[in-house]
Design a protein around this ligand. Sequence first.
Ligand code: GDP
Length: 445
Amino acid sequence: MASALADKLTRLVKELRGQARITESNVQDMLREVRMALLEADVALPVVRDFIARVKDKALGQEVLGSLKPGQTLVGIVNRELAATMGQGVADINLAAQPPAVILMAGLQGAGKTTTTAKLAKYLIEKRKKKVLTVSGDVYRPAAIEQLQTVTRQAGGAFFPSLPEQKPLDIALAALDHARKHYFDVLLVDTAGRLAIDQAMMEEIKALHAALNPVETLFVVDAMQGQDAINTARAFREALPLTGIVLTKLDGDSRGGAALSVRQITGVPIKFAGVSEKLDGLDVFDAERHAGRILGMGDIVALVEQVTAGVDIEAAQKLAAKVKSGNGFDLNDFLSQIRQMKQMGGLSSLLDKLPAQLMAKAGALDMDRADKDLRHKEGIIQSMTPLERRKPELIKATRKRRIAHGAGVHVQEVNRLLKEFEQMQGMVKKMKGGGLMKMMKTMGG
Ligand code: GDP
């Protein structure tokens, strides 16, 4: 692994290296970085403060697990705490009501309510096999009613018409009656939004809520709203017993910090994420993936943990013990290292975990070739006899040709592998549990 990606990883791991436990002094610097990342991701300041305090509490004095270094442990805590704050598992839509299950959509104008209503209709029709009716209470904007009609049709749902001169409450009750009589499973109620929080609008949606008794009251919020999301969320939470959040426009370039703020303020789960203008652009919200996005590291955290910890610490220690005990590191051990790399899903799969901006840089790397290289190495060692694997020094010209032939590669590749093996053997001798990253780097080719 050469170039930008490798540099970045190496630097990250170096930064993460520290002393044996998390202390007040080493935690400060690391938390400052986390705080910056959260603020850059537009998480509201009071939420950041609260979050940092919680992480610090959890982290301080914590023994650093096994061979993990404090930096890694802290990043792990941050990531888990972020994911936990934004919700765990999948919070699916609740339809447990006497049909029709009413879903009330709340949020500011432009947040994506109408689009999301149609997306949900499509989701419920196609994935949950429900019979869905939509209705618009936005009598202030006739265009909004038309818009809902159009997108509902595209979603394959039924639309209950309304007129600008009607009262929202009358419209909603008529729609509910229609849904009952025609055996609809779900009634989606789109509501009027204003550009900003407005008392009359809040009263209106409160009255709608009281009359409809919805099983879900979803707060639709634009992820690009950043710091402002917190005030909007607070106002809606005070007015309505929200049951879930839909975070829209996550396909934009915001880092999505609003998720953390809004979740913290409302205390209700984020159920869906809007990821495009199209009607299939609705994802079930994944808190862990989103935690990575907020930290701006993609799954780099998981990647580093994976590369330096879980997969290998134990094996590396065994190897070190082996070397110490006088049983040298042989090609069987080398093979098991290669298999571990493959077990992690190969290099291209590790690469998939990187955030987009790093991906772009890494694009120059030919990961498929690197994966192929791993497979070749495995094939070469498999073409050796058990004796050759234990005593690689026996492998001279004739054996090399035979092995190359067996693995279907050129003799040069066998030479290269043996040279790498020698280098690694040297490294293993120096290794006492550390130096693993270097070893993995060498293996990447
Ligand atoms: P409403 O006023 O809350 O009903 O908002 P609309 O549903 O009319 O959406 C406002 C604008 O945001 C429209 O141009 C939508 O196409 C767009 N929009 C809604 N959700 C998403 C999303 O998840 N991603 C993107 N890129 N655009 C969205």
